[in-house]
Design a protein around this ligand. Structure first.
Ligand code: ATP
Ligand code: TZP
Ligand code: MG
Ligand code: MG
Length: 269
């Protein structure tokens, strides 16, 4: 039943072609724009304090990503976030590298204090650090520290009063009461920079067309994981470069029928 809802949500994205306003990092900008286009969404990157309020209010979703943050952009993120909040536009935060430096951790917390964030998507270390837990992080990568990811997702969602998506081998999504695990994905995703950042923007595209943010986020991670599995299957004897290109192809070619066939989701009772 959830599988059908997920495939219908993918179809909605493609029917609506939502505008997704991204304030993101310099590493992933082009990949993010191409990934959103390939999926069937309409990306825009806009950063100037003079225009972000206007752009955010006409978008279907606003994505804030602190990957290569600086004080000017952070100000723009807060202006854009407040404008999105006033217009009922969902805001998705990717706290890239939270925990790696005090500035990143403090900035993620400042954005959360000033803007009503609807979904936070990060690796386990980033989410833990935003929630005030100690969790070792290696630059922008999650690293090898271990702990209970499901418990962390639930406690963070309760504490921050927002939907939390912690990604990794499995993706855990919780609003503090209901929790789902998405099992789709492929290790090749960790060999291409920006796959986490693009996923956050893909969640934005799904949130733009589906008000139930749990469904939107679960649909996004599931679709994304299935597309990655298909891309890996088509590039088995190749490296990350070929995978990256094929993954962009599969973001466009993975259909609702593929989702019905390959999605793997568990609800935590
Ligand atoms: P990190 O920097 O730690 O890689 P990230 O922000 O890039 O974090 P990921 O957690 O890697 O984000 O998530 C990006 C995508 O990669 C998600 O779809 C996730 O399910 C997938 N993914 C990550 N690791 C694996 C893995 N070992 N096996 C399968 N899929 C994975
Ligand atoms: N450095 C700053 S942002 C960035 C790097 C390498 C990209 C991180 O992308 P992702 O999606 O978290 O792997
Ligand atoms: Mg990554
Ligand atoms: Mg990341």
């Amino acid at each position: 039943m959830m599988t059908t809802k997920i495939s219908e949500t993918l179809q909605k994205v493609r029917d609506v072609n939502p505008l997704v306003h991204n304030i993101t990092n310099v590493v992933v900008t082009n990949f993010t724009a191409n990934g959103l286009l390939s999926l069937g969404a309409s990306p825009v990157m806009a950063y100037a304090a003079e225009e972000v309020a206007d752009m955010a209010k006409i978008a279907g979703a606003l994505v804030l990503n602190i990957g290569t943050l600086n004080p000017i952009e952070v100000e723009s993120m807060i202006i854009a976030g407040k404008s999105a909040n006033e217009s009922g536009v969902p805001v998705i935060l990717d706290p890239v590298g939270a925990g790696a430096t005090d500035y990143r951790t403090a900035t993620a917390k400042k954005i959360m204090a000033e803007v009503d964030i609807n979904v936070i998507r990060g690796n386990v270390a980033e989410v833990a650090n935003v929630a005030g837990e100690r969790w070792e992080i290696k630059g922008v990568d999650a690293g090898d520290a271990e702990g209970n990811v499901v418990e962390l997702a639930i406690s963070t969602a309760k504490k921050l009063q927002t939907l939390v998506a912690i990604t990794g081998k499995d993706d855990v999504i919780s609003d503090g009461k209901t929790t789902y695990i998405g099992h789709n994905g492929h290790p090749m995703l960790t060999k291409v920079t920006g796959t986490g950042c693009l996923l956050t923007s893909v969640i934005g595209a799904f949130a733009a067309v589906e008000k139930d943010l749990m469904l939107a986020s679960l649909a996004a991670v599931t679709f994304y994981g299935v597309a990655a599995e298909r891309a890996a299957g088509k590039t088995v004897d190749k490296g990350p470069g070929s995978f990256q290109i094929e993954f962009l192809n599969q973001l466009s070619m993975t259909s609702s029928v593929d989702i019905e066939q390959y999605s793997s989701v568990t609800k935590i009772e």
